[in-house]
Design a protein around this ligand. Structure first.
Ligand code: NAD
Length: 511
């Protein structure tokens, strides 16, 4: 392992991970059943044990006892602990951001940005801890008062994907904690070390505050560990981020026991580039959206729907921009594009290119796997662009790689129909300076996605808004706005301070 990475692990207090990993609030065990290889250079960076079922059961019991205490702590005091988490993340931003970049493969800037997002959601959650408002209503009965209040749910299970290995956890955990819940986090098996780093940072904050064991638990494991959470009646809410296939399995398991789910699943995001677009802005938005994080964001731009009158010109500008892309080590800030997460992702990329060709796609920027000493992990690929029809089976599918599809349109109504005509409904955008076009795109007859932007690409989001999407994206909302309500249960209270017992709807009942 590189000396610089070893130093970062020391700064994060996790340099000993190779000798096994086990603390009271972490269900893993010494061992090396789960190995984490960096897609940057193919080096082994972590080897850890998988949590066995009995350790999982003990973990949830510890979490349940912690909840009994935590729900009695006033929400603003809970916010104070999340404030300290935000401060601890500020201190560790560079080391954690670098580890995210090294373990997951995104650029250093994006790794740092991911930690910044964690800090931002902590700040948001601190404010929220004084704003968990319920409504009051006027009762139809005299001398009665009606209001609602929001109570915590209990144990919140968090299942996360590899591509945002730390931010997704913080979106859930920061809100869940201020709402009075405790968390059990099952991170992606592809990025266990960044999860251990986060757990260590939060464990330090909790210990300093004398918080009980089990308020935030880490469950190291694969798909099976995720199924334990989904099937467990003790877990009140399962918040799952990942592929649509995973989300369907989780929804069925949690639905079968009538638990709560929050699903954040795959996207198939498009930008409409109108003849009224500022093409300079549109090129930057499209290229960043398509190749940022090597096309491995849920909000990555996968389709460009371009007006026929600017289509040729825009395609040529894209081809030119792709020619300037530097692909390589994401820790080197000169590079624009890093590796895919692993070789299985590379195979999926190659298979998608083949399928696209077979279905009639024409590549204007040709893809391929990069070879040579700088690409020794075997995970670096060339971002590519194909001209396609929206109806191709491969275009309807989310391939988690930098493959961009170009589609031509004539009228805005047709463009909106093409944009909506995929199973997923996460992020969408229109590039236009025409007010009528922008408003139609945002109207009820416009984009059917959870996120719809004007003159901003599809990729990325601020934490202040509710994040999530419709259809195969799962319907969940996380992060800002009133997404906190998913982590609480609503209770309606009616208080009678009169000396009689009038019934609602004027019903008479005499005994
Ligand atoms: P994945 O579905 O392979 O795995 C995600 C997580 O689910 C992992 O922790 C995995 O162990 C777990 N898991 C897998 N099968 C499970 C099951 N049957 N029951 C319970 N848990 C199970 O996804 P990935 O490859 O890690 O991530 C990429 C996918 O995530 C893409 O589809 C991307 O669009 C999506 N994603 C969505 C969002 C969003 O907010 N909408 C954010 C990030 C990623």
């Amino acid at each position: 392992m590189k000396e610089s990475i070893r130093k970062i692990l020391e700064e994060l207090g996790i340099a000993e991970h190779n000798t096994g990993w086990s603390t009271g609030a972490t269900a893993g065990r010494p061992g090396n059943e789960l190995e984490s290889f960096s897609p940057v250079d193919g080096q082994l960076i972590a080897a850890t044990g998988l949590a066995p079922r009995d350790a999982y059961d003990a973990l949830v019991e510890t979490a349940q006892s912690a909840f009994e205490h935590w729900r009695t702590v006033p929400a603003p005091k809970r916010g104070e602990i999340v404030r300290q988490l935000g401060d601890a993340l500020r201190e560790k931003k560079t080391s954690l951001g670098t580890l995210v970049s090294y373990e997951m493969g995104k650029s250093l800037q994006e790794g740092l940005g991911e930690v910044q997002e964690m800090i931002d959601i902590c700040d948001f959650a601190v404010g929220l801890s004084r704003q968990l408002y319920g409504l009051t209503m006027h009762s139809e009965r005299p001398q009665h008062r009606m209001y609602e209040q929001w109570h915590p749910l209990g144990v919140v299970g968090i299942i996360s994907a590899f591509n945002f290995p730390v931010a997704v956890w913080s979106w859930n955990a920061a809100l869940a904690l201020v709402c009075g819940n405790v968390c059990v986090w099952k991170p992606s098996e592809k990025t266990p070390l960044t999860a251990i780093a986060c757990q260590t940072i939060l464990a330090g904050v909790l210990a300093q505050n004398g918080a009980p064991e089990g308020m935030s638990c880490l469950l190291i494991g694969g798909r099976e560990a995720g199924t334990w959470l989904s099937g467990d009646r003790r877990v009140a809410l399962v918040s799952a981020t990942g592929s649509t296939g995973m989300g369907k399995a989780v929804a069925q398991a949690v639905g079968g026991r009538l638990g709560k789910v929050l699903l954040e699943l795959g996207g198939n995001n498009a930008i409409i580039v109108s003849q009224h677009a500022d093409l300079d802005m549109a090129v930057i938005g499209a290229v960043f959206g398509a190749v940022g994080t090597a096309g491995q964001r849920c909000t990555s731009t996968r389709r460009l729907i371009v007006h026929e009158s600017v289509y040729g010109q825009f395609r040529d500008r894209l081809v030119q921009a792709y020619g300037q892309l530097r692909i390589g080590d994401p820790l080197d800030e000169q590079n624009h594009v890093g590796p895919l997460i692993d070789r299985a992702a590379v195979s999926a990329y190659e298979a998608a290119i083949e399928a696209c060709k077979e279905q009639g796609g024409r590549f204007v920027v040709v893809g391929g796997v990069l070879q040579g000493a700088d690409f020794a992990s075997g995970c670096y690929v060339q971002p590519c662009i194909a001209e396609v029809e929206n109806g191709f089976e491969i275009v309807q599918h989310e391939t988690f790689a930098p493959i961009l599809y170009l589609i031509k349109y004539r009228t805005l109504e047709e463009a909106i129909q093409l944009q909506n005509d995929v199973p997923q409904g996460l992020s969408s955008a229109i590039m236009t300076q025409n007010l009528r076009e922008a408003e139609l795109f945002l109207s009820a007859s416009g984009s059917d996605c959870g996120i719809a932007n004007v003159n901003i690409g599809t990729s990325g989001a601020e934490i202040g808004g509710a994040f999530g999407g419709e259809k195969d994206t799962g319907g969940g909302r996380e992060s800002g706005s009133d997404a906190w309500k998913a982590y609480m249960r609503r209770q309606t209270n009616t208080i009678n301070y009169s000396t009689t017992l009038p019934l609602a709807q004027g019903i008479r009942f005499n005994v």
